[in-house]
Design a protein around this ligand. Structure first.
Ligand SMILES: [Zn+2]
Length: 73
């Protein structure tokens, strides 16, 4: 049986995205599909992944992401 899709406050299927903030690097979350539009965004937000295990891991993930982004540019 398929899991019920999680709906945001607009009644649309919430979209899974990945956070790359310094405190939650690589952590997936569900958000409103209208997140890019401040007039339509209902500010729905729910974490998919658990919090990273420790501060060292957060910094390691974040630094790797920044280095990967710089390598692409
Ligand atoms: Zn919404």
């Amino acid at each position: 049986m398929a899991a019920n899709p999680i709906l945001c406050g607009c009644g649309q299927v919430a979209r899974c995205r990945t956070s790359w903030t310094q405190h939650n690097p690589g952590r997936r979350f569900l958000g409103c599909p209208n997140f890019a539009d401040p007039l339509l965004n209902c500010n729905f937000f729910r974490w998919v992944d658990r919090q990273l295990p420790n501060r060292w891991y957060e910094e390691w993930m974040y630094e790797n992401h920044v280095m990967a982004m710089n390598a692409q540019a």
